[in-house]
Design a protein. Sequence first.
Length: 607
Amino acid sequence: MKQNSTKLDSIADRWGRDPTALLQILREAQEIEGWLPPLTLSHLARLLGLPRARVEGVAGFYSFLHLERAGRYRVLFSDNITDRMAGNLALLDRFCESLWLEQGKASEDGLVLADTTSCTGMCDQGPAILVNGWAVPRMTRDRIDEIVELIRSRTVVEDWPSELFRIEDNIHRSDIVLGSSLEPGEAIRAAITPTLRDGQTADSDSAPRAMLEAIKHSNLRGRGGAGYSAGFKWEACRRAPGEMRYVVCNADEGEPGTFKDRVLLTRHADLLFEGMTVCAYVTGARKGFLYLRGEYRHLLSPLEDVLARRRAAGLLGGQICGHPGFGFDIEIHLGAGAYVCGEESALIESLEGKRGVPRNRPPYPVTHGYLQQPTTVNNVETFCAAALIALRGGEWYRNIGTAMSAGTKILSVSGDCARPGIYEYPFGVEVGQVLEDCGAERTQAVQISGPSGTCIDSTEFGRRIAFEDLPTAGAFMVFDETRDIFEVARNFTHFFAHESCGFCTPCRVGTTLLRNIMDKIHRGKGSQYELNQIFRLSQLLESASHCGLGSTACNPLLDTIKRFRPTYERRLESLEYEPAFDLDGALERARTIAGRAESGEHSGADS
Ligand code: SF4
């Protein structure tokens, strides 16, 4: 333990023994033994001056942190519906059989653990797995066998062939964001020199305000799905009283089927950091955070390199671009497998080193965000667009897309199509156009914006991707005529039940009940009663859940029952009530032994 204590001390020291870095410290501490033993938690609690219960509570919240021995190799199979369609479960079986494993349990020799995890953001190249947090896409039987051999030979993951970890960008259509090629610093210089923009002649004192007006004029709306005006958000943060202001980039794209941020972070990190810096200039923030989802751990080091390069070039740190009084820097925090942290107040809690439980709102993060100070939270795509607006002006931007949805939208296209990957379109593009471009044929349904979004059928492919019709955070999952839409919806109920943070009862219990109902129907034991239960639960979840996860958990069921009802009804054993407990079945053996009576007698039906 002494050796481990020294390592823990140095991890905590590197994070300044700051309790707000608890999640980052736990994540790094887990690297030592592959899990977080009780002594490690106690030691960290002492180092950070925190109650031990708080440290254990945080560690227990995140699915990528292990409080029990988890194995030297932790292999998690991505279990989005697109991974299922590509055969992930057969590969998981093969892996477990090869290594004599039981799913979800570490092997007795402490070598390996295999389990499933929610979508890993590799849907364009699935099925994918995570090995000790590192993504391995394009899994096949051959790759499973190769990995089994690497584990048997105890080869450390750092020495595995790099080809296993190669991730494609798969960009098939670019527009203003993916096609941009601005020089580092160009957008920031434009922001602090407003005469270059929209013909404005403001002096340097009013430059941040002029930049804000350009963002408002552009009609830029947040790309996380809700579509709140970025300009109004920035303005509210700028005006809110506070000693410090913060800029937070939400790169926790956990919505199943979404992976566009992965590509933006790989290809356009400068554009993102430029947009965050422009936001800091407008709002007066001096510190920013990039909250990167744990599944994108492979991007951490390259992104740190970009930040270091920008600091060296005077684009971060004190006096950015030589501008007196304009200091700003960015820190990257890595998530640890909690979908709910995509909700902005939960993300802030996580950034503060706590469990990622959504806060009560109001107050909103723009006035009471990180450490209760004014905080602007936007996602990756929004900040990238803001950088372009700084350079080319709000008028230019608002003329792209539709009147209510300015600019472009980047779609993560996956499922049954010839060319899955990334597509950027001006807002207003028809679903049918996207299907044609990605080579989809005989499509029966498209799931727009992930499980919490909208499922549409082939009569609706003339609908448009836009806030006024089909808003989306980016996911665009395609299902052809061979797919069973009931199974798609069932997969989504498992996702919500798994990701519910458990804070509020309607969601914690409701999502589990929904999953159980769908499993019962799947087993052919459902009836009209179960369908009615789904509608009752949807009212409860929608009205009583604390955050969007619970309130949208029924969306995929309501959409698919409405559009694909026969796929439910043909599974129903009876359209009448069917009890959850099969009493006849349970008593059958006893009847046989006693040589008594007919089945159903207990009900008294014939008396
Ligand atoms: S709705 Fe679900 S995810 Fe949201 S706070 Fe409640 S339990 Fe947590």
